[in-house]
Design a protein around this ligand. Sequence first.
Ligand SMILES: C[S@@+](CC[C@H](N)C(=O)[O-])C[C@H]1O[C@@H](n2cnc3c(N)ncnc32)[C@H](O)[C@@H]1O
Length: 388
Amino acid sequence: MSSTLFESGNDIDFVASCPLGLEKALKYELKSLGAASLQVERGCVKGSVERSLIGKLNVCSRIAHTIMLPIARVKVESEKAFVDWVHDRAHTWICEREEIRFEADAIAHKDAPINARSLNFVFSDALRDSLVKAKRPRPTRSKFQPQYRFLVVWSRDGVEVLLSSSGRPLHMRGFRRGVKVNAPMRESVAAGLLSMGNASARFAFHDPFCGSGTIAIEQTLKALNIFPGASRKFDAEYWPGDAWGLKQGFGEAKAEAKAKVLSSLESEIRLSDWHDNAIEAATQCIENAGLRKYIEAKRLDARKSILDDDSQTIVSNLPFGERLATNRLQLDGLYRTFGERLQQTKWHRVLIFSAHPKTDTLMGLGKPEKRWPIPSGKIRSFLYRWSR
Ligand SMILES: C[S@@+](CC[C@H](N)C(=O)[O-])C[C@H]1O[C@@H](n2cnc3c(N)ncnc32)[C@H](O)[C@@H]1O
């Protein structure tokens, strides 16, 4: 492995990607894990960290999608100069003497001499040629369990090559495997909403529109101090040798994470939904996540499921209509009657994630204390917070 990592003393640079709108929540999380000099950009947070902590960020982050390491930067003006540059050095980025599989993605600024698709293509080709020239087996580009995942970014400042230390995206916790889910929320989005809205594990919790249970499962994992990466492998752990001094950090972070797991919840976590298939999916996800002892999905109409409890936090991703093709008037009625139920009951905090443009007026809970834009794919959606 080359020593082209961007380092200062024992610290190295990293880029953590995340869902749009959750960059600030990720910054806060990374800071709490020991990262410094953090800079928020669209869809990511850049920073530096003591090298042994790259493992900890991977093991513990609930909001990041991948922890990437910038491995090379260059200022070039033309496609040819870029290809020559990759050709000269790409073989130093990969240590294996065996044939490897790699994957690449690219982002190109509009003023770059080539578009993202071509950039990806020429990068992959130059990388293959570089290894062959160094008398190594020709690598295969493959989406199937690649050992190296590159990202090439051609920005106004030049070109940067990043390598993912994570491998399989961090938000894929594994509890959804084999479960049929309708319009599920990404695990990282659920974790980000809980963090932005400050849903404390000290208070009782209820998701009355739980769908496959993602939000309540993320809240339970957090409340029990179960870190998402404690039992998985990351790409950086498979790379031969350890020229960048990262490996020990992964082992230590996993051991530390496992030692922190709690055996009981401080406050009750409830989840419910009206549809049988949602309950079936949530039950399966709870089982897969190993949480059957702690939470149970119940089939209840949201408007009847809310308990009178002034210490509870109610968190829900309400149906949007756009995705679930629900009749608009029916949907408005659901928001209104659910809002009326909330007006009549006790709670401490309500967090609603929705793309319905009239969410706050229909709910009738007054002006939300806060509202954050968090896009749901291409749909404009918001997280609303009310507190008492
Ligand atoms: C946007 S989905 C929630 C998705 C969920 N966050 C996930 O990750 O799977 C909204 C859910 O509201 C449920 N729902 C719709 N009307 C309801 C009602 N009156 N009471 C309870 N649940 C309802 C639907 O069955 C659906 O599962």
